[in-house]
Design a protein around this ligand. Structure first.
Ligand SMILES: NC(=O)c1ccc[n+]([C@@H]2O[C@H](COP(=O)([O-])OP(=O)(O)OC[C@H]3O[C@@H](n4cnc5c(N)ncnc54)[C@H](O)[C@@H]3O)[C@@H](O)[C@H]2O)c1
Ligand SMILES: [Fe+2]
Length: 381
């Protein structure tokens, strides 16, 4: 049984300038980023590499159309190294740009094997996806109506680079949704049947760091996050190692249908289902790993002044978690994103049809009916 695989070398630098000098970024290099990340920190370096700004090819998270137009534009023959500097959107597109002879997304899904064509550096500027550590690229396949993951060893980065300076410009909302995503990576990996003592170590560390940071935000306010940028970046990276090995499960699986249809950002659509799925697990199999997660949550949430761990009602770690998360990001009902009753059977069927990659990692098996019930429960909040 595989215990742990960590492929990219992990590097860290305090500033982009120090990293650019060390990596000797210049001719033959392509930086894929967003202009508003480039302006404050990269522009002044006057590097002689090529830049592509993702937002010129479409708004929001990656779609097949967006990726196809970037592939057409990138001038593959002249590009030796790709530096993807941004959130999960940018990192996931960067993984496709690293592939040899990639021309369009649909064709890549048809290939039996993918090959790397150039070196890849992944530099996260959100503290959520952990995508810099995984070999999966998640794209909204608009022709199929859902988000799907393309996976290949060829899409592992050669270097994952942590530069906390980038988090300085991250808006609070993106901080909140991306770090909730990282927290969920830690939790789903911890409960996964494929977890090992190694993935547990990374998953638990990620959960503890993020929840301790959240307790501080609940006490001191949103700006308290800036003092801990490096810790959040590391937690997200640890969670990436955990779920890259043990896998994510039902929360991620269920989030994709909602995210794809109503353009709900990844972390927020995951948030939608986290505690409902955990409660369903508790109902079906309260003993075992879930008890250890409960203890872990309660230990981490001790710092939340509203949580009295001695009191009977908060022996429930899930309730304490829900209370703290509500202080970080206001929970919404699915209907607030536009979802309607007719979506419920459709979402459940699409999840079962398209997300077996994730559902197979569930803590306990969930039937089509149970998945439908979970969606139903969230429709009106
Ligand atoms: N491949 C994986 O392993 C994996 C894992 C989880 C999520 N994902 C994918 O990642 C995507 C979500 O990524 P995300 O949550 O990082 O959000 P994102 O990449 O979509 O970014 C959200 C917004 O924040 C902006 N932004 C990012 N960094 C910034 C910064 N430092 N300063 C100012 N603005 C900044 C972006 O330009 C964008 O507008 C989804 O498509 C999801 O499916 C991939
Ligand atoms: Fe995620």
């Amino acid at each position: 049984m595989k215990e742990l695989l960590v492929v990219p070398q992990i590097d860290s630098y305090e500033t982009f300038a120090a990293f650019a000098a060390a990596a000797k970024i210049g001719e033959g290099d392509l930086i894929l980023t967003n202009e508003y990340i480039y302006d404050p920190l990269m522009k002044a370096e006057n590097l002689s590499c090529r830049y592509i700004f993702q937002e010129k090819y479409g708004a929001g998270e990656p779609t097949d159309r967006m990726v196809d137009s970037i592939l057409a534009e990138m001038n593959r023959e002249k590009c030796l190294r790709v530096f993807a500097i941004g959130g999960g959107t940018i990192l996931d597109i960067g993984k496709i740009l690293t592939l040899k002879d990639a021309e369009n997304v649909d064709a890549l899904y048809e290939r039996s094997e993918l090959e790397k064509g150039r070196e890849l550096y992944l530099i996260p500027t959100t503290c959520g996806t952990g995508s810099e550590m995984t070999n999966i690229s998640i794209v909204n396949r608009t022709r199929k109506g859902t988000k799907m993951g393309l996976t290949s060893p060829a899409m592992f980065a050669d270097h994952a680079v942590l530069i906390p300076e980038f988090l300085r410009t991250l808006p609070y909302y993106v901080f909140a949704t991306s770090s909730i995503d990282a927290l969920i990576h830690g939790i789903e990996a911890y409960l996964s049947p494929n977890s090992t003592s190694y993935t547990d170590m990374y998953g638990a560390a990620a959960i503890e760091i993020i929840l301790s940071g959240y307790c501080r935000i609940a006490r001191e306010g949103q700006d308290a996050r800036f003092a801990e940028s490096e810790a959040y970046l590391r937690a997200s990276n640890y969670a990436g190692i955990a779920f890259g090995n043990a896998g994510c499960a039902a929360v991620h699986a269920m989030s994709y249908a909602l995210g794809a249809k109503y353009h709900v950002p990844h972390g927020e659509s995951n948030y939608q289902f986290l505690t409902s799925v955990l409660r369903k697990y508790q109902e079906k199999k309260p003993k075992g790993k879930l008890e250890r997660l409960n203890a872990l949550l309660l230990r981490a949430l001790k710092q939340d002044s509203r949580t009295d761990v001695e009191a009977e009602d908060v022996a429930d770690g899930i309730a304490a978690l829900e209370r703290l998360l509500a202080a970080i990001l206001k929970p919404k009902a699915m209907k607030e994103y536009g979802a309607v009753q007719e979506d419920i059977p459709e979402f459940a069927a699409s999840t079962v049809a398209n997300q077996q990659r994730l559902l197979k990692n569930n803590y306990v098996e969930l039937s089509l009916e149970e998945i439908q019930e979970l969606y139903q429960e969230r429709l009106n909040g």
